[in-house]
Design a binder for this molecule. Sequence first.
Ligand code: FAD
Length: 147
Amino acid sequence: MPVNLCRLVYFSEHNPNVDLDAREIVTVSRRNNAAVDVTGMLYSDGGYFVQALEGRRSRVTKTYNRIAADTRHQNLYLVSCSDIRERMFSGWSMGLYKDMSPLVREQMTGFFSLNSFDPENITVESLIYFLQILAMDIRRRDVPRTA
Ligand code: FAD
């Protein structure tokens, strides 16, 4: 039976009242996601999170519901959830991109025109493109991506 895969993309704001460590979040994410074959990428810049989750719809939904209830972030914007033929972050139970290199910052500023995310004006294509740029940068720098 074919497996229906989907990709969910959202972004959110860090909760300024809660201390968080993105690496700790990713350690737990990798453990949980690997167990249910969910893959993806998380971007964290101290102000925003952008995350893509890929896998079976039921598993991605459960994971997203857990994440959405987490008080470490707030103002979640669900940008899209759609069927996909193949994964973009295959092999990454959860990639983490934390420190933006000057090259990526330049590309991001050029692409988004702004140096920040505007929930009303950002498209899913832009966000996926952004996450792809980060993934390429991780590969280029050969940063460890799985636990
Ligand atoms: P546990 O092992 O029970 O707890 C995990 C750790 O997180 C513990 O140290 C616990 O104290 C801490 N923790 C849990 N909730 C909170 C909270 N509200 N405030 C402070 N500390 C807390 N989980 C995934 O499984 N997959 C993901 O891809 C994923 N992505 C995330 C992205 C973001 C931006 C955030 C904020 C969280 C993400 N999480 C993800 C974590 C998720 O929200 C749940 O905390 C986690 O899934 C709980 O899993 P568990 O029951 O196995 O955790």
